[in-house]
Design a protein around this ligand. Sequence first.
Ligand SMILES: NCc1[nH]cc(CCC(=O)O)c1CC(=O)O
Length: 309
Amino acid sequence: MAERIIKIGTRKSKLALWQAYYVKELLEKNNHKAELVLIETKGDKILDRSLSKIGSKGVFTEELEEQLRNGGIDIAVHSAKDMQASLGDDFELIAFTEREACHDVFVSHKEGLEINASSEIVIGTSSVRRVAMLKKHFPNAKIVDVRGNLQTRIQKMKDGLCDVLMLAYAGVHRMEYDDMIVHELPLDTFTPATGQGCVAIESAVTLDSEVKEAVRKAINDEDTERCVRGERAFLKELQGGCSIPAFCLATWTEDKQINITGGLAVPEGKPQIRYTYTVDADKVEEAGTQIAKETLANGGAELLAELKN
Ligand SMILES: NCc1[nH]cc(CCC(=O)O)c1CC(=O)O
């Protein structure tokens, strides 16, 4: 093990590279050798269509999985949020980094913007979840689609596309754009997407168990893992990826239980779809599945069918 160099596959965007270097450092702190292998994915190449139109299935993961399968890399580093809920039988998530603050923020290059429920600002986002939530809580805002990596999006905003961008705090912070944050969105109304703020490590199931164990030991945060596995159980039951307006967040309570809340962001005027449970830590995946079942049974199935058309 000491002699083996762990090959870390990553996308080439700055955020992906930050996350991959972060994982590399954690491995090196545990006395492992590691190197990065940079891989381009379909999601990085296609920038002219919104993500929901390309289809969520594996646009950021397919090429990485190919390399996991053929041994070009040992592990792949992803934003947990970008991972489809059901991996192929050949792959598994073997570690989750300690979660960063997982809320969404507005960033802007403009000063003195007044941001409240009646603001008539132009907001850039490409997430169907964020669009649905924004329509409800910022009814006077105009929402525009913006694709590309964080740097591209910020440039488009500065070029006049929008007043603010709605982004995950985690990515903004990792890219050191904290100075541009003009508003923080609360978790209870703008509940994040599954896995937001966490970096997940994927491997082929056939990866040498000694390497798997070493990676897990160096990188995995068990408290985060419990929560994200619960959120992913929710997403799996919904059979969704990042192209549906699903939200789910699991957090630890003070007495060491887990509070899990999830649902679908609905168009304005329709009854909200959100269910919340507080459960023992070993029941969080069951709770996630249950929330998805209730979501589907209470208007969610119809909403998803409508969105497909
Ligand atoms: N959809 C892209 C994506 N995937 C992960 C992050 C941010 C980092 C994270 O949530 O861990 C982002 C950017 C964003 O949503 O603003």
